[in-house]
Ligand binder design. Structure first.
Ligand SMILES: N[C@@H](CCC(=O)N[C@@H](CS)C(=O)NCC(=O)O)C(=O)O
Length: 222
């Protein structure tokens, strides 16, 4: 069955699906869309006009990264999600939470000045402090040695946080030791590396220039 991923290069939600595809070893094709020139057909298959989209067997289209990742896992009979209903639901909750953290991170990029940046940072850190208590004590990944959907969902955020930390400190390894270790382990995963096309630094720069033009981070990067 053919799988075609429709995506934007800079989209963290699309990156989740790329990680799942690579991690599960599935064959697929990619169709890159320019977010400023979305083709008309996108709105026919996606009510929000958002990526990622997954076209299955050339006809059925799925939208929303968590749904796509779950479908990919089921199709490949993967182990990214637990077979136990309660554990699976807990993983799904964390995938949703990863989306909330990602949105908060978007607020850092958009922050107009340092005061706003610090406000958004405090709210993101509150979420990360809670998350710190959920991470497996032995690691290296969220729930131990095997990659799960929780790792897949947080990987795009960790990649972006790594680039943000080069211009504005969010937290140190002493503040969030388990997350810091987990972050490093996730970014070291082959599937995560494969989901990044070339150097991510210019992609991050482009996102900052477009979503946070003349804002606190944009000025620091220029
Ligand atoms: N909940 C969605 C969010 C997807 C999303 O926010 N996609 C953004 C790019 S990162 C998008 O397509 N934005 C274009 C738009 O809203 O017009 C998912 O997980 O797939």
């Amino acid at each position: 069955m053919s799988l075609e991923l429709i995506y934007f290069k800079a989209c963290p939600f699309a990156q989740r699906t790329l990680i799942a595809l690579a991690g599960l070893g599935l064959d697929f094709t990619k169709t890159l869309i320019n977010p400023k020139q979305k083709p008309e057909w996108m709105f026919e298959v996606s009510p929000s006009g958002q990526v990622p989209l997954l076209k299955v067997a050339g006809q059925s289209v799925l939208f929303d990264s968590s749904v796509i990742c779950e479908y990919l896992n089921d199709t490949a009979k993967g182990k990214l999600l637990s077979a136990d209903p309660l554990q699976r639901a807990q993983q799904r909750s964390l995938v949703e939470f990863a989306g909330e953290c990602q949105m908060a991170f978007g607020g850092l990029i958009a922050a107009a000045d340092e005061e706003k940046f610090n406000q958004v940072k405090a709210s993101l850190l509150k979420k990360l402090n809670w998350l710190e208590g959920q991470v497996d004590a032995a690691g290296p990944l969220f729930a131990g040695g095997e990659m799960t959907m929780v790792d897949v969902a947080f990987a795009p955020l960790f990649l972006r946080m790594e680039h943000m930390q080069k211009v504005a400190v969010l937290f140190s390894a002493d503040d969030l030791p388990k997350i810091s270790r987990w972050n490093g382990a996730v970014l070291g995963q082959k599937a995560v590396a494969e989901s990044i096309e070339g150097d991510f630094a210019p992609i991050f720069k482009m996102v900052v220039a477009s979503r946070g033009k003349d804002g606190f981070i944009h000025k620091r990067m220029s």
